[in-house]
Structure formats: structure tokens, C-alpha cells
Design a protein around this ligand. Structure first.
Ligand code: ZN
Length: 309
């Protein structure tokens, strides 16, 4: 004969099982186009959201082919968060093909956009799909704060009952981003002024350059769609020698061959790997946006800071 405690335990277990699906359904389904936005949405949404990230760790969101699972996530979403500034060229078709009804919010909507190429890619043609805007606004932590505000407002609009949570999470995160911004500025100031220049394969750091004062030169344009021409590479190598650019950096989303070739032909050192357009996996060095920016600045400072040994 079951005793009272067993009966009670059974009742509690039954209750928990019955209420689980209901709790899961209460989470706001949000789709983020790429990993950095996925991190932002998770930080601000906390326990109230279930985030699906389309372009995952180390993925290249410039060139992406959505999957059937992506379309399914889009159809179920209550909110879709994209970068905007023509970063996700494949999104318009995905919205149509998935018959997604959720609002699509551009996190970069409040950012002052930079023109693509920033004057570095003379003679390089990028095609017309980018409409002249450089999409990599997240590389400035000040802009990341604008992203966070936009995502917070979109979450509140999609789920008004969570307003207090979203605002509290966003406030805490904005404080961390302000501290990050100050750390980045301080780190750049520790690098001798004549060594604040470097090479990356694609032009992902113009916002970083403008905010923090480090000159990045790239053989490839703001998108990874077009490959660098032999002429572009030759120009970079000349520029590197003339300006005594101390280091080249690999990127997590691009093929290392181009940068390795430039290093070989100039004798420049490879200063490590920068995370430009995607986070690393959760156990890697750039599993969150803040970890990514800290990793990048530590690589930059290590390669440029000390001067020739
Ligand atoms: Zn990019």
C-alpha cells in the first residue's frame, strides 16, 4: 500500500510533466541571423526566449545557403533579428520562402553606417548587392550598445509581459559594453602610434578603425563574396612594405591562404586569428561578443604593442 509521501511525490511528478510543454511554449521563439546577434538576443532575452541562430560559430553570413531547418525556425518565430546594412543578402528570399510572419528587425538600424571600403580598396569592384554600406558595425562596442537597445525594444514589442526583464537584462549588459569600450580604447593607447596598423583578409574592421584608431588594410572588400584579385594582393604587399605594417591577421571566417601568402612575400608576422563576422563555438576563445572583442584586442596588442624585439 503506498504511503502518503509516495502519493504526494507521484502527484508532484505528474504535475511537473504536465506543465512542461506549457512552459516551453511560453518561451518567445526568436531567430537571429548570425552568432553575434544570437548572443545579444540571449543576453537580453534571458530565460524568456528560445533563440535559434541561423549562421553559427565560425560561419560566413555574407555567403550562406539557408537550410530547410532554417525555414522551419523562421515560420515558427515570433521575432526575427538581422544585422541589416545589406549583410544578410539571403534573408529576403528566406522570409518569402518560409512564409514567416514575424517582424524582421534590423539591429543596426540606429547605427550611422560607414561607406563600404573606406577608401582602402581603390579599383576593387564589389558589385551592387551591398548598396554602399559597410555592414560590420558590431566591431565598435559603441554600436553594439545601439544593437542592444534595438533588440531590447523589439523584444518588448513582441512580448510586452517581459518588459521589466528585458530592460533589466539590457541595462546590465549595456554597463558591461561600456566597460568593454573603455578597455578597447585603453588597449589601443598602449600600442605605439606608428604601429597602429595591420592587414586582414576582408574589410571587416572599418568601424573598429574609426572608433579606436587602428588602421586596417584588406585585399578583399567588405564582403567575402568577391575574391581579391592578384592586383589587389600586389597593392597590399607594396603598401605593407612602404608603410612598414607590422602584422597580418587571419580571420575565423576566411580562408587563411591569402594572408599566409602576404606574410610569406613581405616577411610580416602572422599576429593570430581575429574573430570578424562570427563567434567561436562556446568552448573557443570567442564564445560571446564580449569574449570575442577581448580576444581580438589581446591578439592585436600582442602583435603590435611591443615593437620589434
Ligand atoms: Zn564580413
Amino acid at each position: 500500500m503506498p504511503n502518503r509521501r509516495d502519493l504526494l511525490a507521484g502527484a508532484v511528478a505528474g504535475l511537473t510533466l504536465a506543465s512542461l510543454p506549457a512552459l516551453a511554449q511560453e518561451k518567445l521563439a526568436v531567430v537571429a541571423s548570425f552568432s553575434i546577434l544570437g548572443d545579444f538576443v540571449q543576453r537580453i532575452g534571458g530565460a524568456r526566449v528560445a533563440v535559434t541562430t541561423l549562421v553559427g560559430p565560425d560561419g560566413d553570413a555574407h555567403v550562406y545557403s539557408p537550410t530547410a531547418a532554417d525555414a522551419k525556425a523562421m515560420a515558427a518565430a515570433k521575432l526575427v533579428v538581422v544585422n541589416g546594412l545589406n549583410f544578410e543578402g539571403w534573408m529576403t528570399r528566406l522570409v518569402k520562402s518560409s512564409a514567416a510572419k514575424a517582424p524582421v528587425v534590423a539591429a543596426a538600424a540606429k547605427v550611422t553606417p560607414l561607406k563600404e571600403a573606406g577608401g582602402h580598396n581603390h579599383g576593387h569592384s564589389h558589385g551592387h548587392s551591398h548598396a554602399g554600406a559597410d555592414p560590420h558595425a558590431w566591431q565598435d562596442a559603441g554600436n553594439a550598445k545601439l544593437y542592444v537597445a534595438a533588440i531590447r525594444d523589439a523584444l518588448v514589442a513582441a512580448d510586452p509581459a517581459g518588459k521589466a526583464d528585458y530592460e533589466a537584462n539590457a541595462d546590465a549588459y549595456l554597463t558591461e559594453l561600456s566597460a568593454l569600450d573603455a578597455d578597447l580604447r585603453a588597449a589601443i593607447q598602449r600600442i605605439p602610434a606608428d604601429r597602429r596598423k595591420a592587414i586582414t583578409s576582408h574589410d571587416a574592421f572599418a568601424y573598429f578603425e574609426k572608433a579606436y584608431g587602428l588602421d586596417f588594410v584588406s585585399p578583399q572588400g567588405v564582403s567575402t563574396e568577391a575574391e581579391a584579385s592578384a592586383k589587389d594582393v600586389a597593392r597590399i604587399i607594396r603598401q605593407m612594405k612602404a608603410q612598414k605594417i607590422p602584422a597580418v591577421f587571419l580571420e575565423n571566417i576566411t580562408n587563411p591562404r591569402l594572408i599566409e601568402q602576404i606574410a610569406r612575400e613581405t616577411g610580416a608576422r602572422v599576429g593570430g586569428r581575429l574573430y570578424s563576422d562570427a563567434l567561436s563555438g562556446p568552448t573557443g576563445p570567442a564564445g560571446t561578443y564580449i569574449a570575442m572583442m577581448k580576444h581580438n584586442i589581446s591578439q592585436i596588442e600582442k602583435a603590435l604593442g611591443a615593437g620589434p624585439a
